[in-house]
Design a protein around this ligand. Structure first.
Ligand code: GLY
Length: 373
């Protein structure tokens, strides 16, 4: 049983709802008539950058993915086409082309994707030279028997699959920020190893405090998950990882169960923020399992945040209140189309796009205050 929503009605409903069309330049949204099947209404959820960057086009990531889903595209194709906008946009320095580089000034990218109905996944880590690692992750899913390819092997695979390999994915902006970090942390090319580790972290976070680097982009990433009217769920996560990371460091984004997990019958979860905290707790898997037991996406996400808080015991990772001194966010969608964005501390947001258009919403926080209280 389907009920078409005409574009005219959509525009009227959107106006009545007074939606936040964050990141949209035009007041006219290019959505097709939407076929809503009884049961699940299509929706796309992502990190906040999914409703901010347009790479010079008309649509943000969530708009693009939602439009493709409602036009009948495969859900994974749709969410990947969405995040490609952010990967290719030089203005987002947390993902793909122009992502903040590692400590050697080299942009190394991680990505994973999962197809709920097909029960297949693919991922790449520490990939250099390809602007859209999510497409290489999908090629791993489609063309190999493996889950994860890394480093030079991932790059050779991408070359063999016809991807263009570039020497350098830095933009002027990402290179300038790396040079600034280098100037601050290695002025004399010498520090003892312990001090160096401390200075790397301190100076990186100071650049965030000074507004040079967006707080959300320090561990910046995009996760995007979608469901169509048939209840098919897919997700993708893609990132340049931790800014100024040790070359070869791989975060949570390409690791199934950490940066992304999809179970076609239950739901999807993905993450942005401190990957190491997520990796220790495999939170996307934990969240999907909580939903399997009947938890609402928000409650499932809160469980993961509580797990991270309980397992964060090292002093260097705690603030003066004994709470984690970092941010981490989860974007969660269940098979009924219910969703949530949750975060350790207030201030983070997430994006959705459904029949009412794109919106940027505040994540629900586990704790009050700030990471550095
Ligand atoms: N969550 C992204 C990273 O830690 O690499």
């Amino acid at each position: 049983m389907t009920k078409p929503i005409k574009r005219r009605d959509f525009m009227r409903n959107s106006a009545v709802a007074g939606l936040t069309l964050a990141g949209t330049k035009s007041s006219v949204l290019q959505f097709p008539n939407i076929m809503v099947q009884s049961g699940v209404k299509p929706i796309v959820i992502s990190s906040a950058n999914g409703n901010k960057f347009k790479n010079g086009g008309d649509m943000t990531a969530v708009q693009k993915a939602f439009t493709m889903i409602t036009q009948g595209a495969d859900v994974l194709d749709a969410v990947i086409a969405g995040v490609n906008i952010v990967e290719l946009d030089p203005l987002d320095d947390s993902v793909g082309y122009g992502g903040l580089p590692n400590a050697d000034g080299v942009v190394q990218l991680d990505s994973s994707c999962m197809h709920g109905p097909k029960k297949r996944a693919g991922a790449v880590a520490a990939l250099e030279g390809v602007r859209t690692p999510s497409l290489v992750a999908r090629a791993v899913l489609e063309s190999t028997d493996h889950h994860l390819l890394v480093g030079k092997g991932a790059q050779s695979f991408a070359r063999n699959m016809g991807f263009n390999i570039e020497d350098d994915l830095n933009t002027d902006h990402s290179r300038q920020l790396w040079l600034e970090w280098k100037r601050r942390t290695d002025p004399a090319h010498y520090l003892d190893p312990k001090a160096r580790a401390e200075v790397w972290r301190r100076e990186g976070l100071k650049m965030v405090e000074e507004g040079l680097v967006d707080r959300e982009h320090y561990y910046g990433t995009i996760n995007c998950d979608g469901i169509n009217s048939k209840g098919e769920i897919c997700g993708v996560t893609t990132t340049s990882g931790l800014a100024w990371k040790i070359p070869g460091r791989v975060g949570d984004s390409p690791i199934l169960g950490a940066g992304l997990y999809v179970d076609g019958a239950v739901g999807a979860a993905g993450s942005t923020g401190r990957g190491e905290a997520n990796l220790y707790n495999l939170c996307s898997f934990l969240i999907v399992e909580e939903m399997r037991r009947g938890a609402h996406p928000k409650d499932a996400g809160m469980e993961a945040l509580k797990r991270i808080k309980a397992n964060t015991i090292e002093k260097r990772l705690l603030n003066s209140k004994g709470n984690p001194n970092f941010g981490i966010n989860f974007y969660i969608l269940n098979a009924r189309g219910q969703y949530a964005g949750v975060t350790m501390y207030p201030g983070a947001s997430f994006a959705i796009c459904n029949e009412s258009g794109p919106q940027t919403l505040a994540c629900e926080a586990l704790l009050s205050g700030k990471p550095n209280d």
